[in-house]
Structure formats: structure tokens, C-alpha cells
Ligand binder design. Structure first.
Ligand SMILES: Nc1ccn([C@H]2C[C@H](O)[C@@H](COP(=O)(O)OP(=O)(O)OP(=O)(O)O)O2)c(=O)n1
Length: 150
């Protein structure tokens, strides 16, 4: 979803997206991406949360990141994620037969959902890592595993 466009539209303004245009800018973005990928192998929710906070601050977008806006943005991204599976019938584990570009697109849509979820949690004052860990414990109490005979 073009979230920015949605917000600018909502504000009654149209703003042109700033994109890397010069060769130097494109190289800079590529370098930055490589560094990010190298550091991303074992990323934590807290690290992602900090990156999202920096991202919003650097662009002066904090005013848009209100809980309801983030929830709607996340749902829109869930819609985009669903589109990738639409009309395909059942999809086997590991996505055999999917092209690499489709898998890459899937990774992006999953990430959009995750990133908005983390940001939404932060803006609601919920520590998502703690909450999810506690929920797993609660699930295990509600649905005990059958005892295995030895
Ligand atoms: N106000 C905004 C707008 C975007 N994002 C971030 C979070 C998402 O990870 C991503 C979403 O960007 P887009 O709205 O451009 O959506 P897509 O990346 O899905 O692009 P498209 O809809 O063109 O496929 O950018 C954000 O944090 N805050």
C-alpha cells in the first residue's frame, strides 16, 4: 500500500516521493543495504523497533504513526500478502514451484506486516517480545502436550 500517499491524501496534500536519483545516491543506498543485510542475520525485535523509530524520526513521520493508522496500514499489508497466495490453491511447505522473485516478494510483504506490527506495539506501549513469550507460556497451559510414554 502507498501508505505515505494515503496520509498525504488524508491531509489534503499531495507530496512527491523523494527517491535516490543520482548515481551517488543509488550507490549510497546499495552500500547501506549491504551493511544492513550483513547485520541482519540475528536481529531482535528491539533492534527492529529502534530502526523503525529512527526511520520515522528521520522523516518526521511520527505524527502519522498513530495506533489506528498503523493498524490499518498493517491490515492493508496483510491484504498484499494474501494476494500472493490468491487463486493458487493449497501451497506446499517450502513453496516448491515458486520463482525466486516471488519468494523475495513474499519476504517483503511478510516484513511489511511484521514491521507495522512492531511499530503498532511500540506506539501502544506493549513490549511485543515479552507479550509473545508470555502468550506462548499461556498457550502451553491451555493446550498441554500429550505425555509421551517412554
Ligand atoms: N508512513 C509510512 C509509510 C511506510 N512505512 C514503511 C513500513 C513498511 O515496511 C513500508 C510500506 O511502504 P509502502 O506504503 O510504500 O508499501 P509497499 O512497500 O508495500 O509498496 P507498494 O504498495 O508499492 O507495493 O514502509 C512506514 O513505516 N511509515
Amino acid at each position: 500500500m502507498q501508505f505515505r500517499r494515503f496520509f498525504f491524501f488524508a491531509r489534503g496534500e499531495m507530496e512527491v516521493e523523494k527517491k535516490a536519483t543520482t548515481v551517488e545516491e543509488v550507490r549510497g543506498v546499495e552500500e547501506e543495504t549491504k551493511k544492513e543485510e550483513a547485520a541482519a542475520s540475528d536481529v531482535s525485535l528491539k533492534e527492529l523497533s529502534k530502526k523503525l523509530d529512527d526511520f520515522a524520526k528521520e522523516r518526521d513521520w511520527e505524527m502519522y504513526h498513530a495506533p489506528r493508522n498503523l493498524l490499518l496500514a498493517m491490515i492493508a499489508e496483510v491484504g498484499e500478502l494474501s494476494e500472493l497466495f490468491m487463486w493458487k490453491g493449497e501451497v506446499a511447505k517450502g513453496l516448491p514451484g515458486w520463482k525466486e522473485s516471488e519468494k523475495e516478494h513474499l519476504g517483503e510483504e511478510l516484513s511489511d506486516v511484521l514491521l507495522y506490527l512492531i511499530r503498532l506495539s511500540d506506539m501502544c506501549g506493549v513490549d511485543l517480545g515479552d507479550a509473545a513469550t508470555r502468550k506462548i507460556v499461556k498457550n502451553a497451559v491451555k493446550y498441554p502436550a500429550p505425555s509421551k510414554s517412554t
